[in-house]
Design a protein around this ligand. Structure first.
Ligand code: NFS
Length: 659
């Protein structure tokens, strides 16, 4: 590994972190970076063999206890680990799909005309999805179609029996596997409820059986809740196409009111963007001494706005407090998920207003402005006004210099379009370039950042290694946020950092070697892209046949485990950074890391270091290429950067020698 990269030049450009954290300390503020030093994690978090599901315990088993000891009720280590793992999947699915539920609800209300600030921006996608759900489109108005489609989707949340329709988009062979195993989701809510029931004391005690329901729950998220969130958001706010943007803390502006949106569901942030360009509000900001209103994002809200509008990405999960420490954030407005409870405490040392907007997520010390969708723009203006009012109260400001250009917006629809234009849109060129070996394979790299020095470095080092080895990388979530700060999300990066084959393809199409495909619910875009590659032909009949893998280099949220499980149950070999919380049971670990492959064609893996993760991806992709019989072509066409450099060196030496 390691061909053709200029390692020393690639960084996430976060060297300001120590200085800003020092500033925070001087201001009397502690952050997650400090708290992480003082909190000693309980080892059972990793073991997964601590059970608190009844009041006879908590029962705790060490790894060495497996086979020798059981809990009070007789549960074995493998049962305990499976229950714990499954419940985290249930919680992760609930989070993403409750986001999807709000989107579906608003979509129906939009169709009924009850939320006037929302409308249909992509009627083409509306008609595509209507086709999936068997909703007639001919001669019908958009709103009429949307109402029938939204109502059908809405009903599937509570559906008790049958099969959710959305999952019919998976490859036929995958559908058969799900039917045979009985893991095709019936609805959404029932799967979470049943999983919670089955993992309680005295119910399901067979780890293999528990995990079938865990898969069904995760699939209900990946192929329903998250997928509908992505699709309905695209219909309402536009399907992303490439857009230029900027990332890193330097996107905050010293002379403008900075409003930072943070969370997941784009219903509120979309309106904040509209409100920020309102001439009346801009005039109010100017009256307070600011030059304008700057919107920036954190976490998945950032990804949503970046993908559709090119709004700047200030940082990922681990940077939320750091943003406030700059002293330049006038309001930080959150909706749901991934907001630290410390935000109002940190903000109390600065002028920053912390605003919660969703009844499901209140934070003590924050200002709550309920986001009323019937008067969405008006509520968004109220939020922006609060930021404007705080601007004159700023103290010392320290905005790091760093910001990086990037190109985002690679929806499945655009990837399809870019490979052949409107009339010949297809995945054929991608498949061909994989078959001829220019591209070795594809990797989805997703996941969170955590408040450690290593977190960002791991995401970046992995992606760097993959593209150097001619693996096209698709990114979502905070992982995309981190890597975007390095410059790898620019078309120019292809020539500098990608292997020769991948660089050639990227240069021909004009794309970066790392494609930003969106937020974490947009992992569904990766599922659809994988399905499109299967449908295009030449790379097998199922997702599990593709020379492709998934990696979550670092993670912290239960949502990540749910994503991992639906990737695996969709046939993807999926590697998680650090460890999975199953180390207390070798039996259960072996089940996920080995036996799962017979069940799904995909399986779990865990590896701490970026080079280990990359090695696993490359080995897996090579194995799949061999199975497809396309491994020989690679040797013929691959002409990587190291070889290219060697050639250049030889040419220079020859020239110098006057040859
Ligand atoms: Ni995903 Fe997005 Fe980020 Fe992790 Fe949190 S914001 S939903 S959970 S931390 S990637």
């Amino acid at each position: 590994m390691g061909d053709g990269r200029e390692k020393e030049q690639l960084t996430t450009n976060s060297s300001y972190l120590d200085e800003i954290l020092e500033k925070g300390k001087a201001d009397g503020v502690s952050t997650a970076f400090d708290r992480r030093e003082t909190i000693k994690p309980c080892p059972y978090g990793d073991y997964g063999t601590c059970c608190k599901h009844c009041h006879m315990g908590p029962c705790r088993l060490l790894p060495k206890d497996e086979g020798a000891k059981q809990s009070v009720c007789g549960a074995t280590s493998s049962t305990m680990a499976a229950r714990y793992f499954a419940r985290q999947i249930a919680a992760g699915a609930a989070a993403h799909s409750d986001h999807g539920r709000e989107i579906a609800k608003t979509f129906v209300r939009m169709a009924k005309g009850e939320v006037p600030n929302y409308g249909i921006k992509d009627p083409g996608k509306l008609r595509m999805l209507a086709g999936v759900y068997g909703v007639k489109t001919e001669g019908r108005a958009d709103n009429d179609i949307a109402l029938e489609l939204g109502t059908k989707i809405w009903a599937e949340f509570g559906q008790q029996d049958g099969e959710v329709i959305m999952a019919q988009r998976a490859p036929k062979k995958r559908q058969q596997i799900w039917r045979q195993l009985g893991v095709w989701p019936r609805g959404f809510d029932i799967e979470v409820v049943e999983l919670m029931h089955r993992t309680g004391m005295g119910t399901d005690q067979d780890y293999r059986n528990i995990m079938l329901q865990a898969s069904r729950t995760a699939l209900a998220d990946g192929w329903f809740g998250s997928m509908l969130a992505t699709d309905l958001q695209d219909i309402m706010f536009g399907t992303p196409t490439p857009v230029r943007g900027k990332a890193n803390m330097g996107v905050l502006k010293a002379d403008e009111v900075n409003i930072v949106v943070h969370g997941h569901d784009p219903l509120m942030p979309e309106m904040v963007v509209v409100a920020a360009s309102d001439p009346e509000l801009i005039a109010e900001a100017k009256a307070k001494g600011a030059k304008g209103i700057n919107i920036a994002g954190l976490c998945c809200s950032a990804n949503e706005l970046l993908m559709r509008h090119g709004v700047a990405l200030a940082g990922s999960f681990a940077q939320q407090e750091v943003a406030i420490l700059t002293g330049a954030v006038d309001a930080i407005v959150v909706d749901i998920q991934c907001a630290m409870q410390s935000l109002p405490v940190v903000a109390s040392c600065y002028q920053t207003a912390v605003i919660t907007t969703d009844e499901r997520q209140k934070i003590p010390g924050a200002i709550h402005i309920e986001f009323d969708k019937t008067r969405a723009l008006e509520t968004a203006k109220e939020i922006v006004r609060l930021g404007i009012e705080r601007f004159p109260q700023r103290g010392q400001v320290r905005i790091p210099d760093e910001s990086m250009d990037l190109v985002a917006g690679f929806s499945h629809e655009y990837v399809n379009y870019m490979q052949g234009g409107r009339f010949r849109a297809s995945y054929r060129p991608l498949n061909d370039n994989i078959i001829n070996g220019r591209i070795l394979g594809v990797a989805g790299v997703v996941g969170c950042t955590t408040p450690t020095r290593k977190s960002e470095a791991t995401h970046l080092a992995l992606v760097e290694e993959l593209i150097a080895n001619n693996i096209l990388v698709l990114q979502t979530g905070c992982s995309a946020g981190v890597v975007s700060k390095s410059g790898l999300l620019t078309p120019e990066a292809a020539g500098r950092y990608a292997g020769a084959g991948l660089a050639e393809v990227c240069e021909a199409v004009g794309i970066p070697p790392v494609l930003h495909v969106g937020s974490c619910v947009d992992n569904s875009r990766i599922l659809i892209a994988a399905t499109a590659m299967v449908a295009e032909g030449g790379l097998g009949n199922d997702i599990s046949d593709l020379p492709a893998a998934g990696v979550c280099p670092d993670w912290m949220h239960e949502k990540a485990l749910c994503i991992g499980e639906y990737f695996v149950a969709s046939g993807v070999y999926t590697i998680f950074g650090s460890s999975l919380p199953v180390t207390g049971s070798e039996v259960f670990s072996k089940f996920l890391y080995e036996e799962y492959e017979q069940r799904y064609g995909g399986k779990w893996a865990a590896a701490e270091e970026a080079n280990q993760q990359a090695g696993l991806v490359i080995d897996h992709i090579r194995k799949k290429r061999e199975a497809l019989g396309i491994h020989k072509a690679k040797e013929r066409v691959l002409f990587d950067m190291a070889m290219r450099r060697e050639l250049e060196k030889q040419e220079k030496e020859a020239a110098a020698a006057g040859v």
